[in-house]
Design a protein around this ligand. Structure first.
Ligand code: TXA
Ligand code: MG
Length: 324
């Protein structure tokens, strides 16, 4: 069972305890106006990896990054005029805007699934206060095991994730009860990526134009499986390596027996202790470092296809797939 704090009667205690846990790189369950979120520091790869691990998500989908206000959002994303208008009208509230990631943003690529865009929303009430106190954006998918319906009460969260998380901030039932509406501005048009807690009519009224519902230029959301190229480094990728040739980089997991390590341009341990959560947190960074070592090929030792290993192997298979 997780610890519960009733934030309706003790909001200061909730903020104090939650910021302490978030600072350790661990997730907390928190109420938003839409659904309960499983929230963690969006700038900390280990913290984000914990979210995926806790939810049992087989894939690194892009996560919505929650901000305290428009000013914080503007430090991480580039706003076009329509997005700004929507933000000013509906934030805080159940609207997520997919925007170009701003140069210098500290949001980690694990939260955006390596995309050059970021889904941002400013939640109402306590969640916004917590983010303001924490001072950094929180990545937060719904607080439920992958494949189950979203939690809209602290009891739902406890029943599903109570034995896997430390703290549940309890504000009773969520006012909206469905996830936020997600839109993206493309070529001056407003594309609806996910219907949700803010109606299309409300958005159309402020945007002054009808929403586009057809699939657009970025199939990322509708089909996260098509993101292969985002995970492909410059070097070729070779999986299940038992040896390394000169000119190859080596990325290991656990303590495997690998022949010819001294030939490698660089040797990196995703997790020497065999912790898949740590490995997931290191993955993209290490692929970039291996690439930067000048290797023609990155050789990966085998990674177990369980827990977060499934997501890691999914990315590695994409990276190793024939390129165009
Ligand atoms: O109401 C909500 O939005 C809840 C509460 C907790 O705030 N959060 C939520 O977050 O549903 P999450 O992380 O499960 O939503 C992820 C979805 C992705 O599957 C995708 O549809 C969209 O948000 N998304 C996030 N970033 C994106 C991006 N850069 N490009 C396109 N879609 C993105
Ligand atoms: Mg969900």
């Amino acid at each position: 069972m997780a610890r519960h704090i009733d934030i309706l009667s003790d909001p200061e205690g909730g903020i104090r305890e939650a910021t302490a846990i978030l600072s350790q790189g661990l997730p907390v369950a928190l109420p938003t106006e839409t659904v309960y979120g499983l929230a963690a520091d969006a700038t900390n790869p280990k913290a984000i990896a914990r979210i995926y691990e806790t939810k049992g998500r087989p894939q690194f989908n892009p996560l919505i990054c929650h901000m305290s206000d428009l000013a914080m959002a503007e430090r991480h994303a580039v706003f076009d005029p329509i997005s700004r208008k929507l933000a000013e009208a509906f934030w805080p509230g159940p609207l997520t805007l997919v925007l170009p990631l701003k140069a210098g943003s500290t949001i980690h690529p694990l939260a955006t699934a390596g995309l050059d865009s970021v889904g941002i929303r400013v939640p109402k009430g306590f969640a916004g206060d917590l983010i303001r106190a924490f001072g950094r954006p929180l990545a937060a998918p719904s607080a439920n095991t992958s494949g189950k319906i979203s939690a809209t009460s602290a009891d739902h969260v406890e029943a599903d994730l109570g034995d896997r998380i430390e703290l549940i901030l309890d504000a009773g039932s969520c006012a909206v009860g469905v996830e936020s509406t997600i839109v993206k501005i493309e070529d001056g048009e407003v594309r609806l990526l996910r219907p949700g807690g803010l109606s299309a009519e409300d958005i159309e009224r402020v945007a002054g134009q009808p929403l586009q519902r057809k699939a657009g230029a970025t199939p990322a959301i509708e089909a996260p499986g098509m993101l292969a190229s985002h995970y492909a480094p410059g070097a070729a990728v070779r999986l299940d390596a038992h040896n390394v040739s000169s000119g190859e980089a080596l990325i290991r997991f656990g303590a495997p027996e690998i022949e010819g390590e001294k030939n490698a341009t660089i040797v990196l341990d995703l997790s020497a202790s065999g912790d898949l959560s740590e490995a997931a947190a290191n993955l993209f960074d290490f692929m970039k470092r291996a690439d930067a070592s000048g290797a023609s090929t990155i050789a990966f030792s085998a990674i177990p296809d369980e827990g977060l290993g499934e997501a890691i192997n999914d990315r590695l298979r994409r990276a190793a797939a024939p390129r165009e």
